[in-house]
Design a binder for this molecule. Structure first.
Ligand code: NAP
Length: 250
């Protein structure tokens, strides 16, 4: 385990093992922050840590067990001594089926991982952000699916709509604190969540999205991380309750 320098800002990132969360982790390290990379296993985080130049501490938690996410904030304080920002990025696309076929367990899994887990993560972090004289940031990784509502993805769409509402409510509950609460909607980004199983499948899905939305911007995870970095660089007493959407369309 590496300890941050006393003056280094400490940023927690869930979903740090791959995709957008991994890119945000490494972007934050590049901006001189110490990152607490949250993942399910040490093995899944190993590659991210290997690229972190000794500025990454790992904490294990599973979004399917939200209480483990609720315990992350205290672990960060014990191990790093301060907490400056929380990025809730871990998420699943969930079952692909029309509402008429979605089972209770499929709804429950998506809601637990995409909504309850970030809410519990944040619950556990709020006291430590509020106690930080430098203020703090909470950044939720949402999705335009929350408003575009593509068919066949009702559970995912609903979880991201709930996440937006969580962000809005939190920003108002914390408006007396120096804590900014915002949402970043990446739009189509070339990660395993969008494409996936094989490169050829991913490529055809991504080109389909490009065609369906004219000239949609198909991003890399690093493009999204740069936008997250912009939001996390704003003053904690500045922009709050806002959504930054990286799409060209809708
Ligand atoms: N890619 C896109 O086009 C897109 C568009 C809009 C929004 N987003 C959002 O961006 C976020 C990141 O997605 P991504 O594209 O980077 O997907 P990804 O490459 O599939 O990564 C998903 C991340 O979530 C973690 N995760 C999944 N289930 C978990 C659990 N039960 N407990 C802890 N961690 C868990 C994964 O960890 P493991 O390695 O352990 O599985 C992984 O780090 C998601 O919230 C997604 O909804 C993505």
């Amino acid at each position: 385990m590496t300890m941050p320098e006393q003056r280094e800002r400490v940023v927690v990132v869930t979903g740090a093992s791959r995709g957008i969360g991994r890119a945000i982790t490494l972007d934050q390290v590049g901006r001189g922050r110490h990152v607490v990379a949250v993942g399910r296993t040490e093995a899944s985080l190993a590659d991210t840590v290997a690229h972190g130049g000794g500025r990454i501490t790992t904490v294990l938690a599973d979004s399917a067990e939200p209480d483990s996410m609720g315990a992350v904030g205290d672990q960060v304080l014990t191990r790093c001594g301060r907490l400056d920002a929380v990025v809730a990025c871990a998420g699943v696309h969930g079952a692909e089926a029309p509402v008429a076929k979605l089972a209770t367990a499929e709804w429950t899994e998506a809601l637990t991982i995409n909504v309850v887990a970030p809410a519990q993560l944040i619950r556990g972090c709020i006291p430590h952000l509020a106690a930080n004289p430098a203020g703090g940031h909470i950044l939720l990784i949402g999705s335009n699916a929350s408003v575009r509502s593509p068919t066949g993805f009702a559970a995912y769409n609903a979880t991201k709509a709930a996440l937006h509402s969580l962000m809005r409510t939190l920003s108002r509950e914390l408006d007396k604190e120096a804590i900014a609460v915002n949402e970043l909607r990446p739009g189509p980004t070339n990660t395993s969540l969008l494409g996936g199983r094989e490169d050829s499948v991913a490529a055809s899905l991504l080109s389909g999205i490009g065609k369906a939305f004219g000239r949609e911007w198909i991003k890399t995870a690093e493009d999204v991380a740069a936008a997250a970095g912009f939001l996390l660089d704003l003053p904690p007493t500045g922009t709050t309750g806002q959504t930054l959407t990286l799409n060209r369309y809708e």
